[in-house]
Ligand binder design. Sequence first.
Ligand code: SAM
Length: 249
Amino acid sequence: MNRPIRILFSSLSILIVIAVLSTQSACPNAHAAKFTDNDFQEQRLAMVESQIMERGVKDRSVIEAMMAVPRHKFVSENYLNRAYDDSPLPIGYGQTISQPYIVAYMTEILNLNKNSRVLEVGTGSGYQAAILSPIVKQVYTIEIIPELAKSAAVRLKDLGYHNVEVAIGDGYFGWNKYAPFDAIIVTAAAGHIPPPLIEMLKNNGRMVIPVGGSFLIQNLILVTKDKDGNVTTRNLIPVRFVPLTGRHN
Ligand code: SAM
């Protein structure tokens, strides 16, 4: 081979090696590379308009939180392109981040304000806690799977949700140290309404909880306590949640 042709071939092979290497290193972030923050913001706006407001959620503070919280930071790399879909998504360990509409609906039902102290059972990715964070004074959230609790705590801290405290434990028993709560939100389906949670609800407080078996019909139930401590329950809508686990049954 004469010299110019040899130089051309070796330059071509260097280019090919660089191209292959850069494709390989781009692979793990392939989904991330596809979207900019602007893209995500547009997707979030569309989500809020078509999934949340059109279905009747009206509370301004809930709408603003759903608009502000970057849901894509709470899903794994593999699901980045579906972060704003109208559905729950896997978060590992057989668990899910709930559908955006259900998060908004459950939050609105609690009638929260800037003085509310809220207990969440089922931290999961931390997304529901992040939605609650700007609306209330303090969020306490309990997760039974230690790995999920730890990663949610780091994620929430990194994203600046400083009024959220995360604990590892069985949320069936609530969180004695900070009880009673103005509101309780349970994000896994229980076989019955846990008596310790009713106990830890303040007078005039509200709890929202999915009740029903894993493969059976579940209903979202609103539990209210009046000013004298009398408890009433109301069926809201049929839902499908992962089960509340633990040894309490
Ligand atoms: N709220 C979460 C979010 O925003 O990503 C989604 C919650 S996921 C539908 C239900 C979560 O409840 C799971 O992470 C699961 O491990 C947790 N869980 C199930 N049983 C629990 C229990 N007894 N105590 C605390 N967490 C529990």
